[in-house]
Design a protein around this ligand. Sequence first.
Ligand code: CP3
Length: 347
Amino acid sequence: MTETSQPLLLRALAGETLARPPVWFMRQAGRSLPEYRELRSRAVDFIAFCHNPEMAAEATLQPMRRFPMDAAIVFADILLLPRALGQDVWFAAGEGPRLGPLPPVERLADEIEASTRRLSAVGETLSRVRAALEPERALIGFAGGPWTVATYMIEGRGSDRSRARAFAYREPELLDRLLDVLVDSTARYLVMQARSGAQALKLFESWAEGLAEDVFERVVIRPHRAIVEKVRAAGVDAPFIGFPRGAGALVETYAAAVPVQAVALDTQAPLALGRRLQARGMPIQGALDNLLLQAGGPGLDARVETLLAAWSGGPYIFNLGHGVTPDTPVEHIDRVVQRVVREAVSV
Ligand code: CP3
């Protein structure tokens, strides 16, 4: 494939400034789409859905048929990994994820190799999607950041993460061992995803907020660096997108310290921060407010223009600051994506 026939997403991740940014949305597959809700109603439960390659591939491709997205993200969930390591995980209707008691870390460590095999359905989904997707549209694989996954494993559910943060101080050695298990299993999982067709890899560190600088270094920066290094040591060169959501001022520390190829910015990221990262050669992704996408109207149109004007002059991937909400009208998604792909931006 020549340089210019490469998917736009991969060109942006390689640091190119393009005539228009590639675009995709976090949670572009999901409950905002009626066809997703129909498909989902046929699955026993959400976990079974994710482990069914035929259904998961279909969910991945649904937004690709409806919108001119430049990339698909494999339909899966960050909590499939703790389940593959032997902790109970289930999704209670309307309540979000629930996890059983944290198994002893030595038991989890014994399951690292087996965990990748137990996630082979995700590899099968990726191969199916890659075979069905046009070559100019890229396929993204992902995993949760070790800290975010650990917070669910420790707390048993989504929460304000205060128990996990207290755990980081009270049980530092235990937390470090848990993070080591997650680093190792996540790196293997991502290598498997790349070998199955994922062309870029994203680390969702969704709960990076509220961490003191030294804790951030210990539970986010160090584990992310270790994952990228392990994946590279396995001979995989797919670019990484790091997403330390909520990291605030520490995003720049993250970008300087972790060998990712791009940083995904959340809703609060200042435009100037994005430009500083680009000026240092770091491609950025983000950061439209998912609630503004849901609300729509002139405010949405104006913000899209602002983001394009601020960031299209450097390597940029148009996206949200967090996932599409279930209540987002499909027309709002379509309007924004059509705007981004329509034309080169005049700045
Ligand atoms: O972005 C995509 O389109 C790819 C698929 C994807 C899902 N989850 C599908 C999903 C990705 C990348 C995730 C990541 C994920 N999962 C994160 C990190 C990103 C973020 O949103 O902060 C987190 C924290 C989770 C854990 C999780 N899974 C939560 C909090 C929930 C919501 C529970 C609920 O009922 O709303 C899920 C479930 C989930 N994961 C759904 C989807 C489409 C909805 C479940 C359903 O359809 O029944």
